[in-house]
Design a protein around this ligand. Structure first.
Ligand SMILES: Cc1cc2nc3c(=O)[nH]c(=O)nc-3n(C[C@H](O)[C@H](O)[C@H](O)COP(=O)(O)O)c2cc1C
Length: 162
């Protein structure tokens, strides 16, 4: 059994979650930034992480997700400024599901990630970003230790589905 943990991360929030997942996996495993990969061939399961951008998957993470082969087992994780469990981050996961049309998606995990306060201030002025930017003001301590523990437990629960 070989697992791949891969991620796109601009400000390291998603990278921290990726590293926690990687540490938790009790199987043969690798961790690589998504930009360094050609594809997912040869891995029994892929944990694929990205920050939510504009309620969706960042462009840089999309080619890898679109190229996931038929039946490839994948589980998505993301970080986002908005509140956990809300409709906005769920929309990003649904978009990832649509991109991974041929893959076998085993689940998803999301937690909050801090956003630079100056970026929040700017985005609050934009109608399309105001909702999540307002929520993101209280994300500054995330991902925290509890988020990382949740991510680890989730990763182990994904393995039980194989
Ligand atoms: C360009 C941009 C767009 C973003 N769009 C959203 C969004 O739609 N919803 C949200 O909850 N957070 C949004 N965020 C916040 C990021 O998802 C959050 O800070 C994330 O943890 C960043 O992850 P990283 O450190 O791995 O890059 C956005 C951030 C940026 C820079």
């Amino acid at each position: 059994m070989k697992a791949l943990v891969t991620y796109f991360s601009k400000t390291d929030n998603t990278k921290k979650v990726a590293q926690a997942i990687y540490e938790a996996l009790p199987v043969d495993k690798e961790i690589k930034p998504i930009q360094d990969l050609e594809g997912a061939a040869g891995y029994d399961v892929v944990f694929c992480g990205f920050p939510v951008y504009a309620h969706s998957v960042p462009e840089k993470a999309q080619p890898f997700i679109k190229a996931l082969g038929k039946g490839q087992r994948v589980a998505f994780f993301s970080t986002h400024g908005s509140l956990r469990g809300g409709q906005l981050p769920r929309q990003a996961f649904e978009n990832a599901l649509g991109l991974a049309a041929k893959a076998n998606v085993l689940g998803h995990f999301g937690c909050r990630g801090k956003v630079n306060p100056r970026i929040i201030e700017m985005l609050m002025q934009q109608q399309e970003n105001r909702a999540w930017a307002e929520e993101a003001q209280s994300a500054e301590a995330h991902p925290d230790q509890a988020d990382l523990e949740d991510a680890k437990a989730w990763a182990l629960s994904v393995l039980t589905k194989l």
